[in-house]
Design a protein around this ligand. Structure first.
Ligand SMILES: Cc1ncc(COP(=O)(O)O)c(C=O)c1O
Length: 425
């Protein structure tokens, strides 16, 4: 059966034809492709066409698809039973491997998604501090827990209003939404409300509205102000964890948070999330402490095995250096493809996270992105699908380089981008 016929069936039985809205081609032309199978950095769709994949399941597949060691580990675990609902050794092993990489934390709790990790971390932060207010930034995404589906209130309103149907105002009125890259706004907020703030949550390299790399001063201000006012700093590392470096973003930035939230890579393609902090903070979680959090499938042995195999491989000497080199090669190639063809574009990159924006400066805040240029991305996306290259189906999304992408894959991709740009002139 073809992509088109699967799509026809899908829209009848799945809302919008998808199980997560970002998969729908709402901001690019055409209909979604149906992945049939994937290996390394390539996948084949139901029409039998092959693509180089730069979306990689939205980040988890840092080793590429169907990595042999991850598969072997998951299959071995499967053979011993898919879920126990009781302690099992792989939870301890993954926790040890995680904490060996994250010496700024002492304990970790596994959950089943990034959303669940954030939801639990926010509850814990509120429980630990005895305060209600969470500060988040415009353009950062923290999953779909109610209190994070929020936008800045209009006019002089300090606290947020729901950005999604179905979220009561009462669920977001303790969330303050501030601009990124704006230290004075953050200082002013803390000056007025500092004693009520439980936590500031931030993506240390915000990667959900393009890639909005912050100044060191901004991240440092998040650290200094939370410390000064007795609030916690949470780095949401669901994307950046095990991606921007072996220990995530904190050591890259030289700023240590009080808590971290994780997902994606650490599940090796299976549903895993995690949150971590000091022993003192984690002691407040049930069963030791009064803050409740639980999960039937938390610490699932198959997912733990896949995560462990993935972390082991990313620990190989030179792993991140190689990703950095490939990211730089892709960035240089894309920049040249744009300039050779008279296209105004900036390629923003942090290690193996990469984003092309069709304006002449890298934005540092959501407000600095020229949304009208997303139409150009839509045309590029279509041109690349025709040429066998798959990008995330939205210009607001970043691309991911994996260990499985070769120099040849980068050259082929850059040639396809240049050819697409050329076809527009
Ligand atoms: C930074 C960040 N936090 C949280 C989430 C939510 O994770 P999940 O989709 O696993 O629920 C995402 C998802 O992309 C994310 O990028």
């Amino acid at each position: 059966m073809s992509n088109a016929s699967w799509w026809e069936r899908a829209v009848k039985v799945l809302p919008g034809g998808v199980n997560s809205p970002v998969r729908a081609f709402k901001s690019v032309p055409g209909d979604p492709l149906f992945f049939k199978r994937a290996n390394g950095c390539r996948f084949v769709d139901e029409d039998g066409k092959e693509y180089i994949d730069w979306c990689l399941s939205w980040g988890p597949m840092i080793l590429g698809h169907a990595d042999a060691d991850v598969q072997e580990a998951a299959i071995e675990a499967m053979g011993e039973g898919a879920s126990f609902g009781a302690p099992s050794r792989r939870e301890v092993m993954l926790a040890e491997a995680f904490l060996a990489r994250m010496p700024h934390f002492e304990q970790v709790r596994f959950v089943s998604s990034g959303t669940e990790a954030v939801m639990s971390a926010l509850r814990l932060a509120r429980g630990v501090t005895g305060r209600d207010v969470i500060v988040k930034f415009v353009g950062c995404y923290h999953g779909h827990t109610d209190s994070m589906l929020v936008e800045a209130g209009s006019g002089l309103a300090t606290f947020g209003t729901p950005s999604s149907g179905g979220v009561p105002a009462g669920f977001t009125d303790s969330t303050a939404v501030l601009p990124l890259d704006d230290v004075p706004a953050l200082e002013a907020f803390f000056a007025e409300h500092g004693d009520k703030v439980a936590a500031v949550i931030v993506e240390p390299f915000p990667a959900n509205a393009g890639l909005l790399v912050q100044t060191p001063e901004f991240i440092q201000a998040c650290r200094d102000l939370t410390t000064k006012h007795g609030a916690l700093l949470i780095f949401d590392e669901v994307i950046t964890g095990f991606r921007v470096g072996r220990s995530g973003a904190a050591p890259v930035l030289g700023v240590m948070p009080d808590m971290g939230t994780y997902g994606k890579i650490m599940g090796g393609g299976f549903p895993v999330g995690a949150y971590a902090a000091s022993q003192e903070i984690m002691d407040q979680i049930s069963p030791n402490g009064p803050v409740y959090q639980a999960g039937t499938l938390s610490g699932n042995p198959v997912a733990m095995a896949a995560g462990l195999a993935t972390l082991n491989k990313t620990g190989a000497p030179g792993f991140y250096e190689d990703l950095e080199r490939k990211g730089a090669k892709l960035q240089a190639g894309l920049e040249k493809a744009a300039s050779d063809n008279g296209i105004t574009a900036t390629v923003v990159r942090q290690g193996s996270l990469i984003w092309t924006v069709f304006q002449d400066e890298a934005p540092r805040s959501f407000e600095a992105i020229d949304g009208s240029k997303m139409e150009i991305y839509g045309r590029l996306h279509r041109g690349l699908i025709e040429r066998g290259v798959y990008l995330a189906p939205s210009g607001w999304e970043v691309g991911f380089v994996s260990a499985a992408h070769t120099d040849d894959d980068i050259d082929t991709t850059v040639a396809a981008v240049a050819d697409t740009f050329k076809s527009w002139s």
